[in-house]
Design a protein around this ligand. Structure first.
Ligand code: FES
Length: 174
């Protein structure tokens, strides 16, 4: 029994000794001057290409035109909605462009003219083209990527950027 007590006592001393060392180490670490924290570097700005999509003369109200932006693998539609909308360009503020790849799993979507939505045949997500591609139903977990547009003096319509991540990409511009 006395041998057992000696073992217990030596274990207790070992534990207390290590504990004291740990406390001393923590105290020393807290008094060591630390290098000032550096701010997180700003994220890289995305440099989008400028790409001519068409001309105002090419568009008919509520009839989408097939386009691609910022590269050939990213398909979309250019639409003159006939109603001024936020983000719309042109004399009537009604021209918009969206990716037509569903943000859920990338199915190509179709335009439904009667309610001006893009619709996915995969799992039926729907996006409102009059509200900046707002998802109005379905499995997708983000709104539809809208292309930023500019119309020049000659009526040419240029895409200059994208406001959401395109389906299947880590970056819109690789
Ligand atoms: Fe469009 Fe699933 S791929 S809802």
């Amino acid at each position: 029994m006395s041998g057992c007590n000696k073992l217990t006592e030596s274990g207790r001393r070992f534990f207390l000794g290590r504990g004291a060392l740990a406390v001393a180490g923590a105290a020393a670490a807290s008094t060591v001057p630390q290098a000032p924290a550096k701010a997180t570097p700003a994220l890289a700005r995305v440099a989008y290409p400028v790409s001519r999509l068409g001309n105002m003369r090419d568009l008919k109200v509520n009839e989408p035109m097939d386009i691609s932006y910022p590269d050939a693998d990213s398909t979309g539609v250019l639409i003159k909605l006939g109603t001024r909308v936020e983000g719309g360009v042109g004399p009537d503020g009604d021209v918009v462009a969206f990716s037509n790849l569903c943000p859920h799993k990338g199915y190509p979507m179709f335009y439904q003219a009667d309610d001006r939505t893009l619709n996915c045949p995969g799992h039926y997500s729907r996006f409102d083209c009059e509200k900046g591609g707002l998802q109005v139903w379905g499995h997708a977990t983000q709104n539809l990527a809208q292309f930023r547009l500019r119309v020049d003096a000659g009526g040419d319509i240029h895409a200059e950027g994208v406001d959401e991540l395109l389906y299947g990409r880590h970056s819109n511009v690789l």
